[in-house]
Design a protein around this ligand. Sequence first.
Ligand SMILES: [Cu+2]
Length: 147
Amino acid sequence: MTRLIKLVTGVIALTLLLTACEVNNRVAIMDSWARANAPGQSVGAAYMTFISADDSTFIRAETPIASSVEIHSMTMNDGVMKMRMLPELPLKAGVAEKLAPGGFHLMLFDLKKPLIAGEQLDLTLTFRDATGKVTQQKVTLTIKEAN
Ligand SMILES: [Cu+2]
């Protein structure tokens, strides 16, 4: 019996330790959504707002339904919309970093299925804190029509 209790305690301690190492709980993610795309379109866009408790960096996003996800910025240059891929997005402590239409966004490439309004999209987001520690956070986004 004592051995069983020790084993259970050990498993719980290990689980807590793994959770502490791998799951990011220092970045709040709000207003997340993905844009419904037109039939036959193989690219998509996703948006959200990050507020990080500490200075950190958003470095990567993945989803099972796209072969790659890139962090993009969008700027107007002489009346021309320009998208640029960013290697990463720095997050200042306590400052909302907004990914929204017309600005920063996540671009999904080679979608394996269309993004249909009302359905959901799972994303795994990867962050790096100031000490270099890498953590992940999963988010589920609702797919909506752009308005
Ligand atoms: Cu883009």
